[in-house]
Ligand binder design. Structure first.
Ligand SMILES: NC(=O)c1ccc[n+]([C@@H]2O[C@H](COP(=O)([O-])OP(=O)(O)OC[C@H]3O[C@@H](n4cnc5c(N)ncnc54)[C@H](OP(=O)(O)O)[C@@H]3O)[C@@H](O)[C@H]2O)c1
Length: 253
């Protein structure tokens, strides 16, 4: 079997696994952050955990870029920059913004995150830089790229600004968890998750690929259930939590 044939099987399996993950995560929340609980084995500091989980997404994507000769195509360089604009931040800057005293993260969660990012980087990087056959420079004028890149940028701004608001409100109120009702927090409990979902939907459109779509599907499978769990937790623990607020998608979910 050639690598390309194996890739297609892996991609199909990856979509199926995302579907399974969605239903599993609807029933049980991943034990990190406010949902951390005992019984998940040894744990490590939250900053180290995020670094180990996310660094492969940046480093392996670079490997696939170099291996596929991506530097020879300006469009592929743009895709590379889009990906790294997210993952250089997520892996090497975001962890430093986290509370050093935050709750430790189970090693098993770090391992699962690392495995996810490794496979996801392979699927997206190997497809874009090798199996896609390349994207001409004219792809950047194609409506799919223009719309996708705009959606990506919109999600990026929302994700970053919502994560920043969470940090700032924690510092301002001195509360570990507080009710936030400004900006998109008026409509949803987790605008950072909404931003993340929009980023990878934009990516799927801009790359117009099943590889890109698989990432958007995985993001939904991960974050839609987790957003619901956050919402239920917030309704229970935060005073006067607005009943009309949704978890991730305004008026819908
Ligand atoms: N693509 C994907 O599949 C994927 C998967 C997971 C995460 N992510 C992204 O990674 C980032 C972090 O994810 P996460 O699950 O850790 O997000 P999160 O649960 O919203 O937490 C983000 C940060 O804000 C703090 N926080 C949460 N709610 C708060 C509140 N009400 N008041 C004050 N502080 C609050 C958290 O503290 P605690 O940690 O102490 O709770 C954490 O430091 C997000 O941008 C997310 O989109 C992406």
């Amino acid at each position: 079997m050639s690598e390309r044939e194996l890739f297609d099987v892996l991609l199909l399996f990856w979509f199926l696994l995302a579907t399974v993950a969605f239903f599993v995560l609807l029933r049980t929340s991943a034990p990190y952050g406010r949902h951390v609980r005992s019984g998940w084995g040894p744990a490590i500091g939250v900053r180290t955990g995020w670094l180990f989980m996310e660094a492969p997404a940046s480093l392996l994507f670079l490997t696939w870029f170099v291996a596929g000769g991506g530097a020879h195509s300006i469009t592929l360089v743009v895709f590379f920059v889009m990906w790294q604009s997210h993952y250089l931040h997520r892996a090497f800057i975001y962890p430093l913004s986290l509370d050093r005293m935050g709750r430790d993260m189970p090693v098993v969660i770090v391992a699962l995150g690392l495995a996810f990012n490794s496979v996801n980087s392979y699927i997206n990087g190997r497809y874009l830089f090798t199996f896609s056959g390349g994207y001409g420079v004219d792809w950047m004028l194609d409506p799919r790229f223009v719309v996708g890149a705009t959606v990506f940028a919109t999600g990026y701004v929302l994700n970053r600004s919502a994560d920043r608001t969470l940090r700032e409100e924690r510092a301002r109120t001195g509360l570990r968890y507080c009710r936030i009702d400004t900006g998109m927090f008026r409509y949803v409990c987790c605008p950072n998750y909404l931003g993340e979902l929009i980023i990878w939907i934009g990516w799927a459109i801009a790359t117009w690929s099943l590889a890109g779509l698989s990432f958007a599907v995985w993001t939904a499978a991960n974050l839609l259930p987790r957003g619901r769990t956050h919402l239920a937790w917030s309704r229970k623990h935060l005073a006067d939590y607005p009943s009309e607020k949704k978890a991730v998608i305004p008026f819908l979910w």
